[in-house]
Ligand binder design. Structure first.
Ligand code: T1G
Length: 704
């Protein structure tokens, strides 16, 4: 039974049981409505709504969106609750989110256990609360608190919710017991239904320019997004009009968001993030190994950030460097990073100190003998990495997991120098490792299921989004980035400028433009990587000559104060540098390239189609398990706008036929070297199948 009803003395208890998160599926909505209607005629004096399992209702059933709405609608269920003649009490635990919290707000009283949290995360799905949340929260908590809660989508703990009058009681003890006690006390006190809709907001308490200033703040914080702006409109309606008028505004704008491409993209990302950690074909019973202690080899920017990831999850870490001086530098960098978090109020001094204590240093490989997981983060040279893994093989205990943080080198070649290739895996973190959520997990030919399963679990424990990749040059992200970078360099030398390319991509939604990213990461990284390649591997000089020239001039980007842009030594503020255009023009001349006007549209198409085509090749080769995994890589690792759903979802929205035809047009214009359309893309266009359909039908071609 998804919704049970039983009379406990004079309280009608409605219990919802819809694992895993009691989402408001059609069955739950129907069960609720029937229970409320039925209770009108029994001897109950009040009604109590609570849930079994890990959480109160965590929202509408996201998987139902995109389908035809099924009766009863959530608003109709909530008005049945609110119009009940008997007091209705909600008892919250876990995460009462979205429609779940809106249901609680339609009740007349709300209690919660201390560990409960409440929130309206709809904005993270490109939606807004569509069941009265934008009208009831401002009436209880005030307009500003409503703006913060609903435009951020962040949950708040029970105590904070009580301070905002969003819940009435925080009760210690067994949920059902304390909730029943609270309901009985309300009945004993003669409490009547208390409807939030009856609260009016005094417009005089709302500053005139509040909504205008909030909108402009959101234009920066949530650049390009529709839902946050609509949320402000709904709350403004709550402040300035009647409840029913406000409800109508909310409904209209909710439907507009629900039908928007942005919401479809963000709902896709919700499931893509969660599906990415599922390994196709991995037996469910695959055991996980305990990871009680971790070692990181290399205390540079990456190694230090990786060490922090584990310390932040409460796992002790040994940081190994080749000399005490290098080790101290590494530990000081970690201390500095924690200091920044404390200064920004993200961590207390005590927490930062506790985490730092979990990181100890050593210069002796022998000290790593008992570590369960060792992650190598040394220089990107296959020779150096083979040396490190040879040492680890001699020192580490049996069943220790030996991981490399390489960003594109051959994990199988590294595994081959050890006597235990089944225990070797790639764990590719993204800089800064303690911030970026993406973790590419590279499965070697011999990596065991157990090591893979353990890596997926530990990734989630350290709050990463793990995505599985097979071995190839650059795995998923960097392999696609090479094509994106190639087109960036070609647009640059053919007639564009760093400012134009970056502006096009940022206006389209990227967190940063590709040239600014190059300056941030350091132009020496790409330069050194190219030095290790043969001329043939490097490709046409015009695809990297500008970057090489800048690096050879010592213009490495932010770290040297100049790269594609100039940087203020104090503020690091970016500014154009006329010198760069001269360098570009000189390189174009050297390469015999006649520069021309390049349109914004051409830049956008070439850079995004280069990503998409490579993504299709990665799918057809079985490097990535599914299109959503590639989307997760780009959204969580490369600043791709979530409201465009990642490169592969975006391809479906463009229409695969259009994508294919545009790639063929570029092939006809620029040649087959860069613009040969993926065979999978061609196949899907011929079969008139979308990527979404391909994913759901394993019988289709190229399915691994
Ligand atoms: N609908 C459908 N499935 C959901 C779901 C939902 N709302 N929430 C979670 N799941 C699935 C999820 O896909 C996964 O499935 C499993 O539950 C565990 O989730 C009208 C319109 C509650 C904090 O946005 O934030 O209400 O992979 O891995 O880390 O105004 O789930 O096991 O097959 O995330 O412990 C608003 C979304 C909806 C909340 C638990 N609500 N969920 O986190 O587990 S829109 C949300 C979460 C709405 C109203 C509007 C988290 C969680 P599987 P999980 P977790």
């Amino acid at each position: 039974m998804t919704v049970r009803y039983e009379l406990v003395n004079e309280i009608g208890v409605i219990t919802i049981d819809n694992p895993p998160v009691n989402a408001l599926s059609q069955a739950v909505r129907e069960g609720l409505k029937n229970a409320i209607e039925g209770a009108k005629f029994d001897s109950s004096k009040a009604l109590l709504i609570l849930c079994t399992g890990r959480t109160f209702i965590a929202g509408a059933d996201i998987s139902e969106f995109g389908q035809l709405p099924k009766e009863p609608s959530l608003p109709s269920v909530l008005s049945a609750i609110e119009n009940s003649e008997k007091p209705v009490i909600a008892a919250l635990h876990g995460s009462a989110l979205g429609g779940g919290f809106e249901l609680a707000l339609a009740c007349h009283y709300r209690c919660a256990i201390p560990t409960a949290e409440v929130g309206l995360p709809e904005v993270t799905l490109g939606l807004l609360p569509g069941a009265g949340g934008t009208q009831r929260v401002p009436r209880l908590a005030g307009v500003e608190a409503a703006l913060d809660l609903i435009t951020s989508g962040a949950p708040i703990v029970a105590e904070k919710a009580q301070q905002l009058s969003l819940i009435d009681k925080v009760l210690e003890g067994d949920l059902q017991e304390v909730a029943l006690g609270y309901a009985k006390a309300l009945v004993a006190s003669g409490a009547q239904p208390r409807r939030v809709r009856d609260i009016t907001i005094d417009p005089a308490t709302v500053a005139d320019d509040l909504f205008v200033s909030y909108r402009s703040k959101l234009k920066k914080r949530a650049r390009g997004q529709l839902a946050p702006q609509h949320i402000v409109s709904c709350i403004e309606a709550a402040a300035k009009g009647s409840f029913d008028q406000g409800l109508q505004t909310e409904r209209a704008l909710f439907i507009e968001c629900r039908e928007s491409e942005q919401s479809a993209a963000m709902r896709h990302m919700f499931f893509a993030e969660r599906n990415a950690s599922k390994v196709e074909g991995l037996p469910k019973e695959t055991a996980n190994r305990e990871v009680r202690s971790v070692a990181v080899i290399g205390g540079g920017t990456m190694g230090g950030g990786i060490a922090m990831c584990f310390a932040n999850a409460g796992i002790p870490v040994k940081l190994l460097e080749i000399s005490d001086e290098a080790l101290q530098r590494g530990l000081q960098l970690i201390a500095k990073n924690y200091g920044v978090s404390v200064k920004r109020g993200k961590l207390t001094e005590a927490d930062a100190a506790a985490r730092q204590r979990l990181i100890t240093g050593t210069t002796l490989y022998a000290d790593l003998a008992d570590c369960d997981l060792v992650i190598e983060a040394v220089f990107e040279s296959i020779e150096v990495k083979k040396e490190v893994f040879t040492k680890l093989d001699g020192v580490c205990k049996q069943k220790a997991i030996l991981a490399t943080n390489t960003s594109y080198l051959d994990v199988d070649a590294i595994a081959a120098v050890t006597s235990r290739p089944e225990d070797v895996i790639g764990l590719h973190f993204f800089s800064p490792a303690n911030v970026m959520k993406l973790l590419e997990i590279i499965r070697g030919d011999k990596t065991s299921d157990e090591v893979l399963a353990t890596s997926m679990s530990i990734a989630k424990k350290i709050q990463k989004v793990p995505v599985l990749s097979r071995v190839c040059f650059g795995f998923i992200g960097n392999r696609m980035l090479r094509q994106y970078t190639r087109e960036t360099q070609l647009c640059l030398i053919e007639g564009s400028s760093p400012e134009q390319i970056d502006r096009v991509m940022v206006d389209w939604g990227m967190a940063m433009g590709p040239l600014a990213v190059g300056d941030l990461a350091g132009l020496d990284i790409g330069y050194k990587a190219r030095q290790a390649l043969s001329d043939e591997e490097k490709g046409e000089p015009k695809t990297y000559c500008i970057a090489d020239t800048l690096a050879e001039m010592g213009r490495l980007g932010q770290k040297t104060g100049a790269g594609y842009y100039r940087y203020d030594p104090e503020t690091r503020a970016r500014s154009s540098d006329p010198e760069v255009l001269k360098i570009i023009e000189a390189e174009a001349h050297k390469q015999g390239v006649t520069r021309r006007e390049i349109s914004n549209d051409e830049i956008l198409k070439r850079l995004t189609l280069a990503l998409i085509n490579e993504g299709f090749k990665i799918l057809e080769e079985g490097i990535a398990q599914r299109p959503g995994d590639i989307d997760a890589v780009y959204v969580f690792g490369y600043g791709f706008p979530p409201y465009r759903g990642g490169p592969m979802f975006y391809a479906d929205q463009l229409g695969l036929k259009n994508v294919y035809e545009m790639i063929c047009a570029y092939r006809d214009k620029h040649g087959e070297l860069y613009w040969t359309p993926s065979a999978l893309l061609k196949e899907l266009v011929q079969e008139e199948i979308t990527l979404a359909q391909w994913v759901s039908d394993r019988s289709l071609p190229f399915r691994q």
